[in-house]
Design a protein around this ligand. Structure first.
Ligand code: PEP
Length: 249
């Protein structure tokens, strides 16, 4: 089967002011000088989406949101709909990041509703799943992630563009990573669960790994079977680091 190009997506989280768009200009400039083998995306805070989309215009860099509302519009103060993100220039959106699941009480049903709303608005959701340290240490990682995939992917994603990101909660921002064998084991379980839920059409949907991906571990992680890209937090903020990860794909 033809391998889809890997997707390297950066999650800026709650970081970035207008001045930081200089890093995006640097990235765009470097990417224009040599071909790369993968897709590249950046997910800035929503305040920067429109300006980052302008900065990246004409380049291969796709722009994404970090979250969206499950609702289309209305009295939801502080929320941003998927259509608003698309209107600002996004083509992707992260949903179900563990910082949303844990810090904002989002459960699988909420994540599924957000993924469905994103897809309806023409955005490709990147649906995040991942076990906690306690779940990893008690041997529940595969079971937990499998359950999250089954319950966080709405049936409406069948035939639509999307990705899943496996992000062990204990690996995010900690410098810790699972072994390559553990990454492969979970990615294979994610693929099986996706197919069970949505059918064989999802056999080429990318499954990203996320959690302390850095220039020095990107190549070995990206070479693991079933790893279809990376979701990168801290190392996506500086063009030089992010570029090194992109070049490892
Ligand atoms: C993330 O925020 O999705 C992430 C993986 O962060 P970091 O790369 O900093 O661990």
């Amino acid at each position: 089967m033809m391998q889809a190009p890997k997707l390297i997506a950066g999650n800026w989280k709650m970081n970035g002011l207008a001045a930081d768009l200089a890093e995006v200009s640097l990235l765009v400039d470097s990417l224009s000088k040599a071909a790369v083998n993968c897709r590249v995306a950046l997910c800035p805070p929503s305040t920067l989406i429109a300006r980052m989309a302008e900065t990246a215009d004409g380049s291969i860099v796709e722009i994404g949101g970090q979250d969206c509302s499950a609702e289309a519009k209305g009295a939801f103060t502080g929320d941003t709909s998927a259509a608003m993100l698309a209107d600002a220039g996004a083509t992707l959106v992260i949903v179900g990041h563990s910082e949303r699941r844990q810090g904002h009480g989002e459960d699988d049903a909420t994540v599924a509703a957000k993924a469905e709303a994103a897809s309806k608005a023409g955005l490709a959701p990147i649906v995040c799943v991942g076990e906690t340290l306690q779940q990893r240490e008690t041997g529940q990682a595969v079971e937990v992630v499998r359950r999250q995939v089954m319950q966080s992917l709405p049936l409406a994603l069948s035939g639509q563009s999307f990705a899943v990101a496996y992000e062990p909660v204990w690996a995010i921002g900690t410098g810790l990573t699972p072994t390559l064998a553990q990454i492969e084991e979970v990615h294979r379980a994610v693929r099986r669960a996706m197919i069970e839920r949505l059918g064989l059409g999802v056999a080429v949907v990318p499954i990203l790994y996320g959690g302390s991906v850095k220039p020095d571990n990107a190549a070995e992680i990206l070479a693991v079977p079933e790893v279809g890209g990376a979701l990168v937090g801290g190392a996506s903020l500086k063009a030089a680091d992010f570029l090194a990860i992109i070049r490892a794909a």
